[in-house]
Design a protein around this ligand. Structure first.
Ligand code: NAP
Length: 258
């Protein structure tokens, strides 16, 4: 039987900003499953903190990567090729929109705000997959991207990020088709609201938490560890037949009609 164990497997984890990041919870779950981890961070400001977190899991390879800089993404792939020669997992846990676009109405979205949200939150999955594919195809691999229900339902204030997540989810399906023949699976985890650096930028975020707690079938919000376990499952061989899928880890909130 296939296993959740990932001993001898190498995974690249993007999007760790601090110990609250969903990417960090996923890293801990992958480490517990035995995987060797490579981390990226965006900007010098985060370097020390991510190196410290990575070090606590015994990871030495911590690389700079702004996903809008294709040369930096290519350099990450080259470093992994030199150090490990292959990759089994890729975690895309990256999103950004200008704070002013995450308040007020979607109608007021600026062309630049739209472009930035799409570039960083959706197109980045294409860039990362293109550069990681040769490494992921060596022994077969799995890509997981983090998404949110605002892609398909109107969540007030989520605005331009909802449109970026819709694009990300469509991208997951097209990439699953393109990369399937290379033994690479591509899936999404749609997480319920969790307090992190990124979510704090969304106006009325605490109201979202209260709303989910009152209405979700489980009558609570999800723990970040629950999102991480689902991501680890999709990255593991237990999910070997699953690709192009979005798995909801939201205490069931998405099934509700009202
Ligand atoms: P987070 O800790 O703030 O993580 C977001 C990460 O994206 C940060 O590490 C951030 O780095 C990085 N990033 C932004 N622009 C980047 C760029 N140009 N290049 C490389 N990295 C960049 O927040 P999070 O909540 O864990 O978010 C992770 C993912 O989960 C996102 O895709 C988010 O949409 C998704 N998600 C979150 C929730 C939630 O409620 N928290 C729910 C569903 C889905 P900087 O800090 O340097 O900008």
């Amino acid at each position: 039987m296939d296993s959740l164990r990932m001993d001898g497997k190498v995974a690249l984890v993007t999007g760790v900003a601090n110990h609250r990041s969903i990417a960090w919870a996923i890293a801990k779950a992958l480490h517990a499953a035995g995987a060797t981890l490579v981390f990226t961070y965006q900007g010098e400001r985060l370097k020390e903190g991510v190196e410290e977190l990575a070090g606590s899991l015994g990871s030495e390879l911590v690389l700079p990567c702004d996903v809008t800089d294709e040369e930096e993404v290519a350099a990450v792939a080259r470093s992994i090729e030199e150090s490990h020669g292959r990759l089994h997992g890729l975690v895309h846990s990256i999103a950004f929109a200008k704070r002013e676009e995450l308040a007020g109405s979607y109608l007021d979205t600026s062309p630049e705000g739209f472009r930035i949200a799409q570039d960083i939150s959706a197109y980045s999955l294409v860039t990362l997959c293109r550069h990681a594919a040769p490494l992921l195809s060596v022994e077969g691999g799995s890509v997981v991207a983090l998404t949110y229900l605002g892609s398909e339902r109107v969540v007030p204030h989520y605005n331009v990020m909802g449109i970026a997540k819709a694009s990300l989810e469509a991208g997951i399906r097209y990439l699953a088709y393109d990369l399937g023949p290379k033994k690479i699976r591509v899936n999404g985890v749609s997480a319920g609201p969790i307090k992190t650096l990124a979510s704090r930028a969304i106006a009325g975020f605490n109201d979202m938490l209260a709303h989910v707690e009152a209405r979700a079938p489980l009558r609570r919000n999800v723990e970040v560890s629950e999102v991480a376990q689902a991501a680890a499952f999709l990255l593991s061989d237990l999910a070997s037949g699953i690709t192009g899928e979005v798995l909801y880890v939201d205490a069931g909130y998405h099934v509700m009609g009202m």
